[in-house]
Design a protein around this ligand. Structure first.
Ligand SMILES: [Zn+2]
Length: 421
């Protein structure tokens, strides 16, 4: 992949920074962009930093080297090797380590921006960041959050927003921004339309980093709210292990909230934060829009369970208030498993009723079993057993015997060794 040209254009009350990219594998030109209201034109940057994170991950998937013909941050280039190491270890079959060719690497020497941004979508993690900010609980930044950032095109690709369903969400985010005296930046980007990678495990941190750098003339720091706590770090697109590596000399990426498990964020802190209880939005079925939560999908159920455990579900205006013990937290991956374990710990800490604790424990136990069978399907298990008794075990005897006879008959020993291997 090659970033050959970057343009910053102001028209129709909007400012857009776009990059022209040539892809080797598909032999075509694509335009990747980030767009904001014109009043933020002074924030919008046009260096290669804006595009490097968003292009690096797809390049690793394609196994294509990445060339940046535009000036780019020296710090970001130097850290991109480490970022690749982490991804490559996590996803060795999907992602390849590639070469980054960037002839014009530079260290920013101007005056950095004075603002602090935080991505905000009304979700549990970003609401917890706002709660921490309001209560002086974020030590890693020099000043409180000045801007909330909402990007259309991240939660879902732009093509999914066919009927303006984001308008209600933006309206509620604006109410939160007004209540907390933050400025709101509503932007949009087409990165997920161009690169349809699974957002959470692969593209989450890189996508947010590119958006942050697109505003880097105005931002000294941009926060990414943690999904995972320090206790449960796993392969995921945004982690405290990696997010800071996306920083440049101009804008530092700050991963916040990982010291608190999500079940505690929701059950113990957001439940005491009136704004969150009025606007919290987590539903998997909202299609990038609705601010009410369905109460049935896995995200709703796990959030409602944490609120129910701490006795606060009735405060949550955007959720149904009936908690059904029949609803179980669906576990489809390690992230869900970790969250269910957190909820179980919360239930034990709050002495929830035994049936709920047993149900959570039963679910976790079953998933562990499923994982074992997931690694070794039953037919493979049978074949392995058969192979061990009928094939490998007798050959092992021959191999041991050959070791004893090795000096006397080297050809025989070599033959047995070759077969055994
Ligand atoms: Zn839902």
């Amino acid at each position: 992949m090659r970033l050959v040209k970057v343009e910053k254009v102001i028209s129709n009350d909007r400012v857009r920074v776009s990059g022209l990219v040539l892809t080797e594998s598909e032999n075509k030109e694509i335009e990747i962009y980030f767009e904001y209201p014109e009043c933020f034109a002074s924030f919008v940057d046009e260096d290669g930093d804006v595009f490097l994170p968003a292009l690096l991950i797809p390049s690793m998937f394609k196994g294509e080297d990445l060339t940046i013909d535009i000036p780019v941050s020296k710090r970001l280039c130097s850290k991109s090797g480490r970022i690749q190491d982490i991804f490559q270890h996590w996803y060795p079959h999907e992602m390849k380590k590639i070469k980054i060719v960037a002839p014009e690497q530079k260290e920013f020497e101007g005056e950095p921006g004075h603002n602090v941004g935080a991505f905000f979508s009304l979700g549990a993690d970003s609401f917890f960041t706002l709660y921490q900010d309001q209560n002086g609980m974020i030590p890693d930044v020099p000043r409180p959050i000045t801007h909330l950032i909402y990007m259309k095109g991240l939660e879902l690709p732009l093509s999914a927003y066919s009927d303006g369903q984001e308008k209600e969400v933006i309206s509620k985010i604006s109410e939160v921004a007004k209540s907390t005296r933050k400025d709101l930046i509503v932007g949009e980007t087409n990165i997920r339309d161009l690169f349809p990678l699974t957002w959470g495990p692969y593209y989450y941190g890189a996508g947010l980093a590119s958006c942050a750098h697109s505003l880097s003339r105005g931002m000294s720091h941009v926060m990414i709210s943690s999904t995972l706590s320090y206790r449960r770090i796993l392969a995921w697109g945004s982690t405290p292990l990696m997010d800071h590596l996306w920083s440049t000399e101009k804008t530092k990426m700050v991963h916040v909230g990982a010291e608190t498990q999500r079940s505690e964020k929701v059950g113990c802190y957001l439940s005491q934060y009136p704004l969150a209880m009025k606007y919290l939005r987590v539903c998997f079925r909202n299609n990038g829009g609705a601010v009410q939560n369905c109460g049935k999908c896995y995200k709703c159920v796990r959030t409602m369970t944490a609120l129910h455990i701490t006795g606060n579900l009735e405060k949550a205006e955007t959720f149904p208030h009936e908690f059904s013990k029949k609803d179980v937290i669906a576990i489809a991956n390690r992230n869900d498993l970790g969250y269910t374990e957190e909820v179980l710990e919360l239930a034990q800490k709050y002495n929830s009723d035994t049936s709920l604790i047993n149900k959570l424990q039963h679910q976790i136990d079953n998933v562990h079993l499923d994982e074992i069978y997931g690694r070794m399907p039953f037919h493979y298990f049978v074949i392995s057993l058969f192979s061990w008794f009928c094939y490998k075990k007798p050959l092992k005897y021959l191999h041991d015997l050959s070791a004893a006879l090795k000096k006397k008959n080297k050809l025989y020993a070599r033959l047995v060794s070759a077969i055994y291997r």
